[in-house]
Design a binder for this molecule. Sequence first.
Ligand code: SAM
Length: 291
Amino acid sequence: MPPLLAYQLAAIFDQGSVVDLFSGCGGMSLGFELAGFESLAAADIDPHGNETFVQNRPGREAAIDLDLGDPAEHRVAVKEIRKRVGSSGVDVLVGGPPCQGFSTAGNCDPEDPRNRLVFSFVAAVAELKPRALMMENVAALLFRRGVHVLRSVVAELEALGYDTSLAIVHAEGYGVPQLRRRLFLTGTRGGARWPDPWCELRPPGHFRLQPHREGVERLSGHTVRDAIADLPMKTAPNLNADAGYGSDASSDYQRWVRGEISLCELLPEPAWVAADHPTVEEAASALRSRT
Ligand SMILES: C[S@@+](CC[C@H](N)C(=O)[O-])C[C@H]1O[C@@H](n2cnc3c(N)ncnc32)[C@H](O)[C@@H]1O
């Protein structure tokens, strides 16, 4: 998850604490932290991801290294999260359960055991009772093979008392130099809203499912050149050596990455779009018609 995107989506929620399941290298946690949230716990099965999680956030607590799909390990993880969170509870529970079984980039195997992990996220919601939640997954969860899973997830969250809102977020619309589309599901108690994209939405896309204001002029967005043109052509002599930059920063994006300007200077003031709450069926049909 690009931290730049997570930062902008974090503003959907009131600031507070965040717990990140399936935290990987920590892009989601980092974005929430940049947005002023206190990251209290994270969990993932992958030791390499967990190692990166710690290296990106020196001095912070490591992610809980457990299999959230295994009932016994899930219980241990929830117990450890409760211990780290304490009596004030979790404000926002976020998670990006694996998507390989739904993704069009993979074999789309409906029997892939990882497909059940979205329900491990829902189980953690039931146990931890966060004030709000956000789950990220591939847009293909709205395709025929995934839609019954998504329908069950939404029904379970609604039964737990959350108002859900679905969107296909176009990362390039938020200044991320990547044509990345992901399904986001939020659960709140009361009205939901989405940040209006401030950069152009590029085809092919799922524009009806990306909350946005009509008739707004948008910036052209950040390119890969904006992001990395200042990297050196030569490689560092070893992994621990600093290769330095290849040139001066030539974009605000590069200046932000170097720490020369803040996110407030890189990004415009957010504008908001009220969520229009498409049902899973309406969203799936909009996705099929690709508008
Ligand atoms: C899509 S990535 C999440 C990326 C993350 N949200 C970020 O911002 O970097 C899915 C993650 O699920 C983790 N995962 C897969 N199976 C798992 C399991 N059974 N228990 C816990 N984590 C698991 C993977 O190691 C991977 O890091």
